[in-house]
Design a protein around this ligand. Structure first.
Ligand code: GAP
Length: 436
């Protein structure tokens, strides 16, 4: 894990937030390559689950919502972690994740006997709206993106004329006052979710759940995660969230152990019923074909952008020996790689640099590119390997004669020669979102 954290910092994927002030726990900044990686994840997810389907529409709702939303959703009363205090070292820990060997500075003393009884701690982050303390509205930064989907359910289905079964998708920030943020960006206090609330009839809950199991698993394969590092975890009744009757998680085998990437929950009619009750506004659905009025059930695939990014980075990281030297290579799927192609003149002189720069300007209209003329070609290849650039295009003296270039494949390091006019289509085909 240390190697991955260090590469992320060194090459501009992920930095600690507010580092010059000593950092702030549980908050991270995505640098120039990190933001491209994250955008690729989000765009791929949106492309797959919204644009390629006619039964899902999108939403981008505000993060701040009426405080009653969080009462109705159950978060004010139920969104708690159980905490224990160590009477010896005075530190506070999550009961379910407490490991005295790792967590407590007083390892030998805090073996459970010196811990307080567990107490509930609400994980929502409070905030106030308005200039004066007396008149301010106190609300919360949303701890999950989906509540606006429930609250806007009627507006969305009536404006878009969607018919049950259908889904509403949203990508956005969520905030949780995690007590022990840890494992790099795995558990943070500010993160992004990609959520779908799929509305169906109650008798269709089970088949709908099974279909979603298949679809979300397939997406992780499509973006390049190794299948043997994925598994399902079926929650027993005692670990189900307050709104769920069934939850299964897709877990990934991170360097620090298996961890949740995405949850798939059967929320039934819980949320629409609660919001109908608390707002006094009817959120039921009228089926014009059957003349039936009912409250739809909800199947919810809920994924983390940051955890997906971390899984991709961990899975992609490889150290290899090439010609007696260590090569660090990030084997990111071309769909997800931040830079798709690097354009490298073999040498700077004899007009090759200008030729390469002109070529790069043409290609950058199609996909993210990078131009590099500094240093020996082998070193430039290595720099691109380290940030996961799948293709390096080299312009050499033959290019001036016959308008062809070499394209080096990051993973096999094999090179092919192609006419310059064919390069964009070749790379676009490799980076396309279309399933094979
Ligand atoms: N609306 C359902 C919901 O929020 P969740 O299992 O609490 O369910 C869904 O969260 C996903 O959000 C998780 O699978 C994970 O990928 C991501 N996530 C949750 N808490 C997180 C945190 N503290 N840091 C990073 N990602 C988190």
């Amino acid at each position: 894990m240390d190697n991955i954290v260090s590469l992320c910092k060194r090459r501009g994927f992920i930095f600690q937030s507010s580092a010059i002030y000593g950092g702030i726990n549980g908050c991270w900044d995505f640098g120039p390559l990190g933001v491209e990686l994250k955008n690729n994840i989000k765009q791929d997810w949106w492309y797959t689950f919204v644009r390629q389907r006619d039964d899902i529409v999108g939403l981008d709702a505000s993060i701040l919502m009426h405080p009653d939303v969080w009462k109705a959703s159950g978060h004010v009363d139920e969104f708690n972690d159980l905490l224990v205090d160590c009477k010896e070292c005075k530190k506070r820990f999550r009961e379910d994740h407490f490991n005295p060997e790792e967590d407590c500075p007083n390892k030998p003393h805090c073996n459970g006997e010196h811990l307080s009884e567990p107490r509930a701690f609400n994980m929502m982050l409070k905030t106030s709206l308005g200039a004066s303390e007396d008149t301010a509205v106190h609300t919360y930064l949303r701890p999950e993106t989906c509540q606006s989907i429930f609250v806007d359910f009627k507006e969305v289905y009536s404006s878009s004329r969607m018919k049950v079964p259908f889904g509403i998708a949203q990508i956005g920030k969520a905030f949780r006052n995690e007590i022990n943020p840890r494992n790099f960006i795995f558990r943070s206090r500010e993160f992004e979710q990609m959520e779908i609330e799929f509305f169906c009839k109650s008798e269709d809950e089970e088949p709908c759940f099974e279909t979603w199991k298949h679809d979300i698993w397939q997406w992780y394969l499509d973006i390049g995660l190794t299948e043997s590092k994925l598994r399902w975890y079926n929650h027993p009744a005692e670990t189900l969230a307050h709104y769920s009757s069934r939850t299964e998680d897709i877990e990934f085998d991170f360097p620090f152990g298996w961890g949740e990437l995405q949850g798939l929950a059967n929320r039934g009619t819980y949320d629409l019923t609660q919001h109908t009750k608390h707002s006094g506004k009817d959120l039921s659905y009228f089926d014009q074909q059957t003349n039936e009025r009912f409250t739809p059930s909800v199947i919810e695939p809920s994924a983390g952008v940051d955890r997906t990014a971390l899984a991709l980075l961990c899975d992609a990281y490889h150290e290899e020996e090439v010609e007696g030297e260590k090569r660090i290579v990030m084997k990111l799927h071309p769909r997800i790689a931040p830079i798709k192609a690097a354009i490298l003149p073999l040498v700077k002189k004899d007009g090759l640099a200008e030729l390469a720069q002109d070529f790069e300007k043409k290609l950058r209209k199609k996909f993210p590119t990078f131009y590099d003329q500094a240093g020996a070609i082998g070193r430039r290849y290595r720099r691109m390997d380290e940030v996961g650039t799948p293709f390096c295009i080299c312009l050499d003296y033959d290019t001036k004669d016959d308008n062809t270039v070499t394209i080096r494949d990051r993973d096999t390091m094999e090179q092919i020669r192609l006419p310059m006019d064919d390069v964009a289509a070749y790379i676009e085909a490799k980076c396309t979102n279309e399933r094979d």
